[in-house]
Design a protein around this ligand. Structure first.
Ligand SMILES: [Fe+2]
Length: 334
């Protein structure tokens, strides 16, 4: 989170109540349910305040849990119990929780979880949208049924990953089913590859978003991938920066393929780095590293997770073209 993006006036909470109530209703929060607002000491305080007002408006029970921002993880049994008892958790914290056992176990008990941590301007522009939801839900059966995903590009990407037995997942900014995790804002159809799956090359074009560097790339980098792991970064200075980033974890699992898919958010802005980049309509989103994520993830619990957000790629599921140079082709996925 970049705190400078946030207002400092406490009055700013009030004007978020209406929008936040719409999102809670989209997550099907009812008067008979319990909402847990999970946050930390360094998190912008106005979001929990607005969610608390919105939940009270709905008539739900609402409780806020604030943990130290220095907490390394959410493995505490107290946190797990609270998450499991809640019907819906709004996660507003930089303490890592997404790819965690606690998060998985809570959702296995039926808890819904929504991540909210973007600046208000982004939340407003990318509020939950029925077309994004429809595209995502249509993409899941198609991708789940596929045996292979192939990604190509005019600039040299040719990457194939076997996906037999792997279920697809979609994100559309609403945790609206028991056990669902989502992220507001997000728009994505994806799957997590089996360990060892994925071979070929991905050419990262200039203009690709490097989320962790919070900037766009300026030169091509070729990722060589063998049996599901990056084995070489080919290129200039930026290849070297990527090499350094991946090496810092001292763990070969940081190079392993995590999730692969395409973006579905037609309102995303390529010049705004963040969830706009991951959700961008027709992009190719590929990630490496940590992938613990019930029910569709894997067992890789390395601390690192890197997403490449790439434009101008072609994506095929078996023989069907899904994305043609950034344009989604099947009518029901558009
Ligand atoms: Fe990711």
């Amino acid at each position: 989170m970049r705190m400078q993006d946030f207002a400092v006036s406490y009055h700013a909470a009030a004007e978020n109540v209406g929008l936040f109530r719409q999102v809670l209703e989209g997550c099907k929060l009812t008067a008979s349910e319990t909402l847990l607002l999970f946050t930390d000491t360094q998190f912008y305080p106005l979001y929990p305040a607005a969610f608390m007002a919105a939940a009270q408006d709905i008539g739900a029970e609402v409780i806020q849990m604030t943990v130290p921002s220095t907490l390394p993880d959410i493995s505490s049994s107290y946190i797990l119990a609270a998450w499991q008892e809640a019907d819906l958790v709004i996660g507003m914290s930089q303490v890592p929780w997404l790819y965690s056992r606690t998060h998985d176990e809570a959702r296995q008990s039926g808890t819904r979880a929504l991540m909210v941590q973007e600046p208000i301007s982004v939340l407003r522009r990318l509020s939950p949208d029925e077309d994004v939801r429809r595209r995502g839900r249509a993409g899941v059966p198609l991708l789940t049924a596929g045996k292979q995903m192939r990604i190509t590009s005019a600039n040299g990407t040719d990457f194939v990953v076997n996906k037999e037995g792997r279920e697809a997942y979609t994100l559309y900014s609403l945790a609206d089913e028991p056990g669902k995790w989502d992220h507001w804002p997000q728009g994505l159809v994806t799957f997590f590859a089996d360990q060892g799956q994925g071979d070929g090359a991905i050419v990262v074009d200039p203009g690709t978003v490097y989320l962790k560097f919070r900037r766009h790339s300026t030169e091509p980098v070729k990722l060589h991938i063998r049996e599901g792991s990056i084995v070489k970064f080919e290129g200039g200075a930026e290849a070297r920066l990527l090499e350094d980033w991946f090496a810092q974890w001292n763990d070969p699992r940081s190079y392993e393929l995590a999730h692969v898919g395409w973006g579905t958010e037609h309102r995303a802005d390529w010049n705004v780095i963040g969830m706009d980049s991951e959700a961008y309509y027709g992009n190719f989103l590929v990630a490496f590293g940590r992938n613990i994520f019930w029910p569709v993830g894997g067992d890789n619990d390395v601390a690192s997770h890197w997403d490449f957000c790439c434009l101008n790629h072609n994506i095929y599921v078996d023989d069907q073209i899904i994305v043609d140079n950034g344009a989604i082709i099947p009518e029901n996925l558009k």
